[in-house]
Design a protein around this ligand. Structure first.
Ligand SMILES: [Zn+2]
Length: 216
């Protein structure tokens, strides 16, 4: 899942107005944000295997530290604890924990049964990725709903706030469609390095949010 994670990060605005969009993206994408680091360190493993699902050519051989339910519960708690103690916004902290965990839930929907419950535990996956049309419907529905909720809850404060947001909701789907319909990545290492670029969207989220109306 890709756009869907951004969808829930955007959708958090009405219920958790204080965390920046950058922070909610970081939370919803946490597992994928740290995953490239674990792959590059050789602690988690992925193989490029075109055909493994219709949508993605990636075979997630092992990713217990970033994508198991138990690990994600720990990450969610840590994320909420750090944010809550720094910002003294425990309501926001709660929703950030929900966002970190939402990543695991959405990935279970999308992935084939490769999502560990705990390291070496049983693996789950509903396999949405076996259907390209169904995947696109779910990804775009989540992203579109999230974008609409965010835009309503945090109107643009200036012209830049509008432009940054509109570019964001156009560029992300384009990159997503390019990854779905484009060629598979040339190597696992290249995939991991490109994966780190995902952090740019966190930065973009912070930039957007500074130019949107801040709720109390
Ligand atoms: Zn993921």
């Amino acid at each position: 899942m890709f756009l869907g994670h951004f969808g829930v990060a955007l959708a958090a605005k009405p219920v958790a107005p204080r965390p920046s969009l950058g922070t909610t993206i970081m939370a919803a994408q946490w597992a994928d944000g740290i995953w490239p680091v674990f792959v590059l360190l050789g602690l988690e493993h992925v193989e490029i295997a075109p055909g493994v699902t219709r949508v993605t050519p990636l075979d997630f051989v092992s990713y217990p530290y970033t994508h198991s339910l138990v690990a994600d519960i720990v990450w969610a708690a840590l994320f909420a604890l750090v944010y809550g103690s720094v910002r003294k916004d425990w309501r926001g902290a709660f929703w950030l924990a929900v966002l970190v965990l939402s990543h695991w839930v959405l990935d279970v929907v999308a992935h084939r049964p490769d999502m560990p419950t705990w390291p070496n535990g049983p693996k789950l996956g509903l396999g949405l990725w076996n259907s390209v049309p169904a995947t696109l419907v779910v990804e775009f529905a989540l992203f579109g709903t999230g974008a609409w909720l965010y835009a309503r809850a945090a109107p643009a404060r200036d012209r830049l706030g509008n432009r940054l947001f509109v570019t964001f909701v156009i560029v992300l789907p384009i990159l997503y469609l390019a990854s779905v319909f484009g060629p598979p990545p040339p190597s696992e290492r290249a995939l991991a390095v490109t994966g780190l670029l995902g952090w740019l969207f966190v930065a973009w989220g912070y930039w957007i949010d500074r130019h949107r109306v801040r709720a109390a």
